[in-house]
Design a protein around this ligand. Structure first.
Ligand code: KIV
Length: 273
């Protein structure tokens, strides 16, 4: 269990705790969660930050990108994760189209996630183009997590899911990260960027960086839980599977099906008299 989590017994992790971890050079983990039971399991395991990612579009709702998911889709998942956890900071991802139009739109959306679902912070994708949004949210008391590099809501503009920030684009990403920090963001996700760039950004910022496909230098690491538990069929290169849940689900479902067909289940111990 991370000492960040162990050090804040009896209450939720806060953005101040994460700032303290950066000062101490302490690394920490973030996992996605989309329902109460997995949130409870990850919370008990000591994961200090849970992200209700718009990746729900793919892993919960079955779309082939994050673009279609809506505020209405994500609000109940966020509320379930908040109810299922008691220690983790819960971050709500703002879905595509729910914050880009204006700072006022971003505040309206963020307020819904905080009031209706109980989220403790929000995440939005992009650098300088969403700075006015980040500034207004921060001034309204909403903790903001940035997201740079491969920002999946821009997959059509990128022309696919590919590594970002190579060459001159690295300097632009660095400027975006600095601007987000100056706007008051409490952390920034770096997705699919070269290790050297992630290291440069991490040492230049006083707020934590959270890597996904960004190498070992970032202050924290995040993975989509279905990827790290071995449920995803073709995971990306940066994913490590810590379990083989797809195999285990397959085995258990086959066994159940066979036992029902054979009349073995339910046995007397599963039967009321
Ligand atoms: O939506 C998501 O799960 C994310 C993480 C991969 C950072 O944005």
């Amino acid at each position: 269990m991370s000492s960040l989590y162990g050090g804040v017994s009896g209450r939720r992790v806060t953005v101040r705790d994460l700032a303290g971890a950066k000062e101490r050079g302490e690394k920490w983990a973030m996992l996605t969660a989309y329902d109460a039971m997995t949130a409870r399991a990850f919370d008990r395991a000591g994961v200090p930050v849970l992200l209700v990612g718009d990746s729900a579009a793919m892993v919960v709702y079955g779309y082939d990108s994050t673009l279609p998911v809506t505020i209405e889709d994500l609000l109940p998942l966020t509320a379930a994760v908040v109810r299922g956890s008691s220690r983790a900071l819960v971050v709500a991802d703002l879905p595509f189209g729910s914050y880009q139009a204006s700072p006022a739109q971003a505040l309206e959306t963020a307020a819904r996630f905080m009031k209706e679902a109980g989220a403790h912070a929000v995440k939005l994708e992009g650098g300088r183009r969403v700075l006015p949004q980040a500034e207004l949210l921060v001034s309204a008391g909403v903790p903001v997590m940035g997201h740079l590099g491969l920002t999946p809501q821009s997959v059509n503009a990128f022309g696919g899911y590919r590594v970002q920030g190579r060459g001159q684009a690295g300097d632009e990403l660095m400027a975006d990260a600095k601007d987000l920090e100056n706007a008051g963001a409490f952390a920034v996700v770096l997705e699919c960027v070269p290790n050297e760039l992630a290291e440069r950004v991490t040492t230049s910022l006083s707020i934590p960086t959270i890597g996904i496909g960004a190498g070992p230098s970032t202050d924290a690491q995040v993975l989509v839980w279905q990827d790290m538990m071995g449920l995803t069929e073709r995971p990306a290169k940066f994913v490590k599977a810590y379990a083989a849940l797809a195999d285990e689900l397959d085995r258990a479902a086959r066994e159940f099906t066979a036992e029902v067909s054979a009349g073995v289940f339910p046995a007397p111990e599963h039967t009321y008299t």
